[in-house]
Ligand binder design. Structure first.
Ligand SMILES: Nc1ncnc2c1ncn2[C@@H]1O[C@H](COP(=O)(O)OP(=O)(O)OP(=O)(O)O)[C@@H](O)[C@H]1O
Length: 259
């Protein structure tokens, strides 16, 4: 089991605008914590601050170790980050892109040791992109690129995983595959923090939810039906229906009285 990720009084500003306002939460290891909120709520900003790519005020610590005290390499060995947008600058092979996940261990694409090679192959297999290993990343479809980027994060084998909408570009089967990959990591004792818009995936895979609205943390609660039914109408202005077959599926039903 790895350490908990402690977020204390996290505030992010861009000029005069406050993107994230005084967020305090603890992200537990061995759990999937979903971040849920409307577009523009600050979900990506929260992950970006935790990943070290957005300046912030406040304190972030992994266990007792403030993240600010870690070197970039030490940080990269502890926290892997899957951004919302996949900016792929070079048309390198999928296998070499996934191998970048091993960079913090000194591995160079094309010159991997046995441990790194095994981690890369395992990650591509888990993410479902092993058959794409020798293809150029720029020649892949959007969903295929998303699987390759997920594999890069899995290959890093970090105690903390930050994933921003990992399922957004994926077909239904691959959405479940991506979430199962993250569930496997959390069952190994890692802390997984994931931005999700699909509320059924939230209900089925997450243990707790950070509810964000307007840059503020509205609540941090267990991902049970009662909590979902309470917060979803408040944040999204619509009341969800819950499947009655025990599948934890959630959906919005069109009001027949609406024109
Ligand atoms: N550099 C910036 N300058 C000004 N405003 C910014 C900047 N970066 C983000 N924002 C704004 O901050 C708010 C939060 O952005 P963020 O990307 O965190 O939202 P989000 O909850 O991830 O949204 P989505 O669900 O649409 O991806 C948005 O209103 C966005 O326009």
């Amino acid at each position: 089991m790895s350490d908990a990720l402690h977020i204390k009084n996290l505030t992010v500003r861009a000029g005069a605008k406050t993107l994230l306002d005084d967020v305090t939460a603890t992200i537990e290891p061995g759990r999937i914590t979903a971040i849920v909120g409307p577009n523009g709520a600050g979900k990506s900003t929260l992950l970006r601050a935790l990943a070290g790519v957005a300046p912030f005020a406040g304190t972030l610590a992994l266990g007792a170790a403030p993240l600010a005290h870690l070197s970039p390499t030490e940080r990269a060995r502890r926290i892997a980050y899957l951004p919302q947008h996949h900016d792929l600058a070079w048309n390198i092979k999928v296998r070499d892109m996934v191998a970048l996940g091993r960079f913090a261990y000194g591995a160079e694409p094309g010159k991997l040791g046995a441990t790194d090679r095994a981690a890369v192959e395992r990650a591509m297999e888990a993410a479902g992109c092993a058959a794409l290993a020798d293809r150029g990343v720029a020649d892949l479809s959007g969903g295929e690129q998303a699987l390759a980027c997920l594999a890069r994060v899995l290959a890093a084998d970090t105690p903390v995983i930050l994933a921003d909408e990992p399922a957004a570009a994926l077909d239904p089967a691959n959405q479940y595959r991506a979430m199962e990959c993250l569930a496997e990591k959390s069952s190994q004792g890692r802390a997984v923090l994931v931005v999700l818009h699909d509320l059924t995936l939230v209900a089925q895979f997450s243990h707790s939810v950070l509810w964000l609205q307007g840059g503020r943390l509205v609540a941090h609660e267990r991902a049970d039906c009662e909590s979902l039914a309470h917060h979803i109408p408040t944040l999204f202005g619509r009341t969800p229906s819950f499947a009655t077959d025990g599948s934890e599926a959630l959906f919005f039903v069109r009001d027949p009285n609406e024109s």
